[in-house]
Design a protein around this ligand. Structure first.
Ligand code: SF4
Length: 178
């Protein structure tokens, strides 16, 4: 039996930068750190779906956590996570160690320790609502993204606890844990 019985759970774009909001990708496809820190150590990689791409596609604007904090988006997150939870529970029951969840800090959906906030209403490009000021109003704040909130709640409902890690795209050579 060669299997390591170790799996790390990754936000989708850590293995596929092509789903990010244009033009946010700072690496071509797979973040190098995922290979060096996990794959080369025999840890299996479990890639979660990208909730923003399946909800709004690749023509979406960058948005804040307030904008994604809506029952329809939360329901969408739960729908796409449901089969993932079934697989992760099967691995867990098979005595496979879920060594961590790696999220993407700053994301309104996948932030683990930090997310982005600051929506103040209005239409992009409309002078009355001051798009420039709106962009400047966005900031990174402590807290989890909406998708991660739902994911952690669903893991909790199944009695599965997993350590949390995150990558900040401004410092892609570092994985944070607390
Ligand atoms: S951070 Fe999450 S929602 Fe954003 S592109 Fe990556 S996987 Fe998709």
């Amino acid at each position: 039996m060669n299997r390591s019985r170790k799996v790390v759970v990754l936000c989708h774009c850590l293995m596929n930068a092509n789903v990010k909001v244009h033009p946010l990708a700072t690496y071509a496809g797979v973040l190098d750190l995922i290979w060096t820190r996990f794959a080369s150590q025999g840890v299996g990689l479990y890639q979660l779906p990208c909730p923003e791409t399946s909800f709004l596609g690749l023509s979406r604007w960058g948005m804040t956590s307030e904008q994604y904090d809506h029952p329809a988006f939360r329901r969408h997150c739960r729908q796409i996570l449901s089969p993932c939870l079934d697989q992760l529970e099967a691995l867990h029951r098979d005595h496979c160690s879920l060594v961590g969840i790696v999220g993407l800090d700053g994301s309104p959906s996948c932030g683990i320790f930090r997310t982005c906030a600051g929506y103040r209403g209005g239409e992009i490009g409309c002078k009355q609502t001051d798009a420039q000021g709106q962009a400047e109003n966005v900031s990174y704040v402590s807290g989890r993204g909406i998708f991660i909130q739902e994911f952690l709640a669903m893991l909790d409902e199944r009695g599965i606890a997993v350590p949390l890690f995150s990558v900040d795209e401004k410092f892609p050579d570092i994985i944070k844990t607390f």
